[in-house]
Design a protein around this ligand. Structure first.
Ligand SMILES: *[C@@H]1O[C@H](CO)[C@@H](O)[C@H](O)[C@H]1NC(C)=O
Ligand SMILES: *[C@@H]1O[C@H](CO)[C@@H](O)[C@H](O)[C@H]1NC(C)=O
Ligand SMILES: *[C@@H]1O[C@H](CO)[C@@H](O)[C@H](O)[C@H]1NC(C)=O
Ligand SMILES: *[C@@H]1O[C@H](CO)[C@@H](O)[C@H](O)[C@H]1NC(C)=O
Ligand SMILES: *[C@@H]1O[C@H](CO)[C@@H](O)[C@H](O)[C@H]1NC(C)=O
Ligand SMILES: [Zn+2]
Length: 313
């Protein structure tokens, strides 16, 4: 059962965004909790988010975005994927996932990313039996550190880990590309098997959690923010959306920031709506994904000029 309190991320701890003089792991951990998706997490302190992301925004205008989107190439760029299945004991109940289910999950993912211009190919499925890892893999934990030994490939390679962590509300998380500069070993996305395609979660079993997390891996943030004052996702065409965020569901017509233009994008993949409700990225998100992939992962979509990509400020 899903709980009924507010959703959020586990960004709650203000320490998450303390970027002090500390070097290495501390800063790394603090910065990397951006794309953490939890059920029933605690509330976020907006000032810590603002401090982290910076207050000044310098978004390109829509026309400059369109001007840069010059190429209409329909050839998708390939992304190599290592599918890392953790399990307690190799059984499906213990977290193992069949090749067939993995194939179906990637069909769903590839359909969502075709118009973005990328396609995923699973180069290997690596199944690891480790009960301790399977039941305790949470972001920022020592187990996560241990699991980094599994990672394959480089900045352009996607590692997808599945687990079944207990005693945590964190269901999935994904790193954003700019994190590569701090801690590339954590690059990738991690999803509880309950939210994998075919998983037992009553509203997240259609495979869209993977799309959402890979959206983070391509550089997207959530469509919702932390207040109605401003946007935090570096995308122009996603209306500002406040918390509280409806739990799952498909609250069409919701307008959580009535003084700001636009309704909440309840159908967006980067929302927390239920899987059956989530079906789209905006053009601005598509553009940002192409830019972030070019800038950080070296996969350059035709027409993207790395030197023209605005910094996130
Ligand atoms: C892309 O498509 C648009 C609209 O159809 C067209 O105006 C433009 O010339 C095309 N660009 C290229 C590079 O083919
Ligand atoms: C996990 O599932 C795969 C595919 O069904 C199967 O080949 C494998 O033997 C199972 N167990 C382990 C430990 O990989
Ligand atoms: C994660 O998976 C475990 C094992 O299937 C399950 O008990 C737990 O409820 C899941 N957690 C979330 C937040 O989905
Ligand atoms: C989860 O919490 C329960 C109850 O406190 C405890 O018995 C169990 O060992 C914990 N499991 C893990 C994997 O930490
Ligand atoms: C991966 O990205 C980081 C951050 O941009 C960069 O420092 C590093 O050199 C890149 N690695 C490779 C092999 O290009
Ligand atoms: Zn997320």
């Amino acid at each position: 059962m899903l709980c009924t309190t507010l959703w959020s991320t586990i960004l709650a701890s203000s320490a998450c965004f303390t970027i002090a003089s500390a070097t290495g792991l501390h800063v790394d951990r603090s910065r990397r909790l951006v794309g953490v998706d939890a059920l029933c997490g605690t509330a976020i302190d907006p000032s810590t988010i603002a401090a982290f992301r910076g207050n000044a925004r310098n978004q390109p205008s829509t026309s400059s975005i369109l001007a840069r989107r010059a190429d209409n190439s329909s050839v998708p760029l390939p992304i190599d994927v290592y599918m890392q299945i953790l399990s307690a004991d190799g059984t499906e109940e213990g977290g193992n996932i069949s090749d067939e289910t993995i194939g179906k999950q990637f069909t769903v993912l590839n359909e969502a990313f075709l118009h973005v211009g990328f396609q995923f190919r699973v180069v290997d499925i690596i199944r690891t039996i480790n009960e301790r890892w399977y039941h305790n893999l949470t972001p920022g934990s020592s187990i996560e550190e241990e699991v980094t030994v599994l990672r394959k490939g480089g900045n352009a390679t996607l590692n997808v880990y599945t687990m079944g962590a207990l005693n945590t509300s964190t269901q999935a998380w994904g790193s954003v590309p700019s994190e590569l500069q701090y801690h590339s070993q954590y690059d990738g996305v991690t999803i509880n098997g309950t939210a994998f395609l075919g998983g037992s979660d009553p509203v997240y079993g259609l495979g869209r959690s993977m799309i959402h997390e890979v959206g983070h891996w391509f550089g997207l943030y959530h469509t919702f923010a932390y207040g109605c004052e401003k946007s935090y996702d570096y995308v122009d065409d996603t209306p500002i959306e406040n918390q509280p965020i409806a739990l799952g569901g498909c609250d069409v017509g919701r307008d959580s920031c009535p003084d700001q233009p636009g309704l909440d994008l309840v159908h967006n993949y980067m929302s927390y709506s239920s899987d059956e409700c989530r079906d789209s990225f905006t053009p601005g998100q598509v553009q940002r994904m192409r830019e972030q992939m070019a800038k950080w992962r070296g996969i350059v979509y035709p027409g993207i000029v790395v030197g023209d990509i605005p910094d996130d400020v």
